[in-house]
Structures are given as C-alpha cells and as structure tokens.
Design a protein around this ligand. Structure first.
Ligand SMILES: Cc1ncc(COP(=O)(O)O)c(C=O)c1O
Length: 465
C-alpha cells in the first residue's frame, strides 16, 4: 500500500461504516463485536485490507467483476478525460463514447445490432422483460406475455427480476412477486437424480433437460409465452455449465414456438469464459443479450441490453402510434464514464490477449481442481468454462449430500486467512449452497492459479481432515 491511510483515518472509516453503512447480503449482528472488512487498495490481482493484509482476489472484486484487474491507469485516464469533456447527458441525445462503444461491442456480437444503456444488470434484464411485454401487446393482443426462467438461475434483485429468480432463498419473504413468470427445470447433470433423469449419459441428459422446457411450454400454451431467459453458464446458482446437446435443442424449441431468447451475460459477458460472450461457446443465436459486471471491470457502472435489428424494428414500424415505441428511461444510462471505461477495458483485453489467457489459465485451474478432487473425497464435482469455475462439496459422493453452509464458510475463512479470497454459493438454493466459486481476473498467471488451488487444498485438509 502507498501509506495514504493512517491508523486514525482507518478507525474513523471503520466507525462510520459500522454506524451507517448497510452492506449487501450480510447479517449485521456480527459487526456489533467484529469489524467489517474494508478494502483499501487493489493492484493487479491483489487487494489490501485495513490491517495491511494482502489477498489474492480469486473472485474479481467479490462478484465476478474486475476482469482486467485493479489499478489500470489507462481506464482511469480515459474516464477522467471523458468526464472533463462531458460527464453526462440523457440518452435522448447521443454521446461520443456511447456511440463508439456500441460500434465496438456489436463487432464482437454477430447477429446483434442495438445497444440500450442502463446502470445495473437487474435493470438491463428489466428492460428485456418490458420489451417483451410491450411486444405482446403490440403483436399478440397482450396474450404472449409470459416469461420463462430456469431453476437455479439469477437475474437480479428488483421485484421484476426476482420474479424470474430460480434461487428460492433470494426470493423468500419478498413476495408477492410479479405475475406471468414461469419456471423451467435446471440443466445440471450432476443433480439429474432430482429430476428423475439419473443414469443418462451427459449428452442424453442435455437433450432431455431442454425437452423439459418444451413440456412447460406445452403445459402453459405456446401462444402465451413471449420469452425464455437463461444464463449461458449459471453463476451464483452453482456454476452450472450446460450439458452438450442442451443449447441446440433450446434454440430449436424457441424457433418452433416463436419464443424470443434472452441470454443473461451479466457474469459471463466480456471475456469471463474465454470468449467475448458465454453463449458464443455454444453456437446460440439470441434475440436479447444483457451484460454488466465485466463490461467496464467495475471502473464505472455500466450495463446494457442488446437486441437484434429485428427486435428493434418492431418498436419503430408504426411512427403514427404514440405508444408504439419503447417508452423507457434510464437516467444513469446517460453517464459517459461507463462507455469510456468499457472501450478501454475492451482494448486491454484485445491488446493483452486476455481471452486466450483466460482459456489457458482456466484449463490449468480445472486441471488443478480435478487433482484436488482425486485427493479430497469431499469434492463431488468440478465444473467451469474459462476462468469461471466451481467445486461442489458433498459429504458422500454417492448420495451427493451437500456439506453444511457453516463448513463452506469455514473453507472460505481458512483461504482468507491464507491470503486468498474465494467465493461460495450463498443464500441461493435452499440446502444446496455448497459450491466453492472461483473467478480470478483474466490476467491471472500460472502462479496465481496455483496459489488459489493450494489454498483450497490446505483449507479442505484442515476443515474436513
Ligand atoms: C447472472 C446475473 N444476472 C443479473 C445480476 C444482477 O446484476 P446487478 O447486481 O448489477 O443488478 C447478477 C448479479 O450478480 C447476475 O449474477
């Protein structure tokens, strides 16, 4: 650290944090006796807390965000220069970075063409839901309004996105939710037995898991369903990679029943899985793509809802209809810092070949996790794509009984004591919050990857013996 903070500053910061800040997803009783962690500084893949302790950050800022690492001067400078030129104007007008980033982004997304700027992943997803509801009114007499979402997927913390929430613990006590959202089954081969589909090869399972979506469509009536919303790789719901055969069948089903396909790339978007977007690993052609976290690696808040020209056209085909266009506003979608940071973030990924590095380091980490699985019986499954990986912990490999959340927390705390911050599924799927999550920055080197898995090795040995 550069010594900017002295002890008194820090005790003031901690005192006001404890007195006034409400942290996300945390029970605060503990802060009556303990101090919250305050992160003071970050450089590359490492951060420092209030005690000067250094950590290797294996979760890119806690929630899969800081993809190009901390302390990037070129992004800070691009944001500074842009803010001095023009900080903001509402999206009724265009901006230089907004226009340039849209162009650059669309070059990476063949088949997509229009970018709508917003300020959070939840908000970007809400825009899709609104568009679909409006299209239902415009084209189907209001009937094709239902939105399908998948068990174990997550799309945000607003009432609308929680209504599309496949993680029951995130939703409990916040009901009533919005009507018109319908759940389809998950596609997790490791837990196929929950669906009565045990014993199938992973390829057979992939097709059957997609067929299960069709069954829901037939039950509800295809003419009532406007959208299928899916994560390309489920993130907080347990790092679930889609089985082979799943996505082609999903695409076929959407086409057959005239259902628009929305891929929520809030986590996978902009490099996390070794391709620009997660769906590009599976040859899918979406109608909507949303993204947020990695778009500007957290250097500025930015999120986007991207559509095809065909979707866009449906909102401008009748200029005489006063209600016929997308009547939406996102105040902070007009902040110019976001696209300025996003442009530089993308340039860094290209200049430093970070997609290739992500694939290479992801393969190394997967190899390391597989070796840990040989050694520790507590690991029931390892999954992932690129630098987006998970290890599911079970007390018994045949029954797949999950370890307790308390034990998961002990593993994470042990890694933290060793100076490595890892993640874990948390208050997500009731009774199944048993997946360790890893998403180091795309700049990770072999030594960093080994340091992460060595820490997990030590922690599993100490917690489970
Ligand atoms: C897949 C996915 N979609 C949407 C969101 C919501 O994004 P935000 O927290 O920016 O609203 C998240 C957040 O973790 C996410 O993981």
């Amino acid at each position: 650290m550069d010594g900017t903070f002295n002890e008194n500053d820090i005790s003031d910061v901690i005192a006001s944090d404890k007195a006034h800040v409400w942290h996300h997803l945390i029970q605060h009783k503990q802060f009556e006796t303990n101090d919250p962690r305050i992160i003071l500084e970050g450089k590359g893949m490492r951060v420092w807390d209030q005690n000067g302790k250094e950590y290797l950050d294996a979760v890119s800022g806690g929630v899969w965000t800081v993809n190009v690492g901390y302390g990037r001067e070129s992004i800070a400078k691009a944001v500074y220069d842009q803010l001095m030129k023009l900080c903001y104007f509402s999206q009724s007008a265009g901006s230089v970075p907004g226009s340039r980033f849209a162009q650059k982004l669309i070059e990476k997304m063949p088949g997509m063409s229009r970018v709508y700027y917003t300020n959070s992943g939840s908000e970007a997803n809400e825009k899709v839901f609104k568009m679909v509801r409006q299209l239902s009114h415009k084209n189907h007499g209001g009937r094709k309004y239902k939105i399908l979402y998948r068990d174990r997927d997550y799309h945000g913390g607003t009432i609308g996105t929680m209504s599309a929430g496949g993680q029951d613990e995130r939703v409990m006590q916040y009901e009533p939710l919005a009507p018109g959202f319908v759940r389809v089954p998950h596609c997790m081969h490791y837990r196929a037995h929950e669906q009565g589909l045990e014993g199938l090869s992973i390829e057979e399972y992939g097709v059957r898991a997609a067929d299960a979506i069709e069954q829901v469509i037939l039950r509800e009536g295809a003419d009532t369903i406007g959208l299928l919303c899916l994560e390309p790789v489920t993130a907080g719901g347990g790092v679930i990679t889609p089985p082979p055969g799943y996505w082609p069948r999903v695409q076929e089903i959407c086409t057959k029943y005239d259902i628009l396909l929305h891929i929520d790339e809030v986590v996978c978007g902009v490099g996390r899985t070794g391709t620009w977007f997660g769906y590009q690993n599976y040859g899918v052609k979406p109608d909507f793509v949303t993204m947020a976290k990695g778009v500007a690696s957290g250097y500025a808040a930015i999120a986007l809802c991207v559509t095809t020209e065909a979707v866009f056209d449906m909102f401008k085909d009748d200029a005489s209809d006063p209600l016929g266009y997308f009547r939406d506003i996102s105040t902070f979608g007009g902040c110019t810092a976001g696209p300025a940071a996003a442009l530089e973030n993308m340039a860094i990924i290209e200049d430093e070949n970070l997609l290739d590095n992500c694939t290479e380091m992801g393969a190394r980490m997967m190899g390391n996790l597989e070796a840990l699985m040989e050694k520790h019986k507590i690991i029931g499954d390892v999954r992932g794509k690129g630098l987006f990986l998970g290890a599911e912990l079970v007390t018994d490999r045949s029954s797949k009984e999950p370890v307790s959340e308390a034990q998961m927390a002990q593993v994470a705390a042990d890694c933290s004591a060793q100076g490595v911050i890892i993640g874990m599924s948390n208050r997500s799927v009731p009774g199944l919050n048993n997946v360790l999550c890893f998403s180091p920055a795309l700049i990770a080197k072999a030594d960093d990857i080994d340091q992460i898995t060595d820490a997990v090795d030590g922690a599993l040995g100490r917690v489970f013996g």
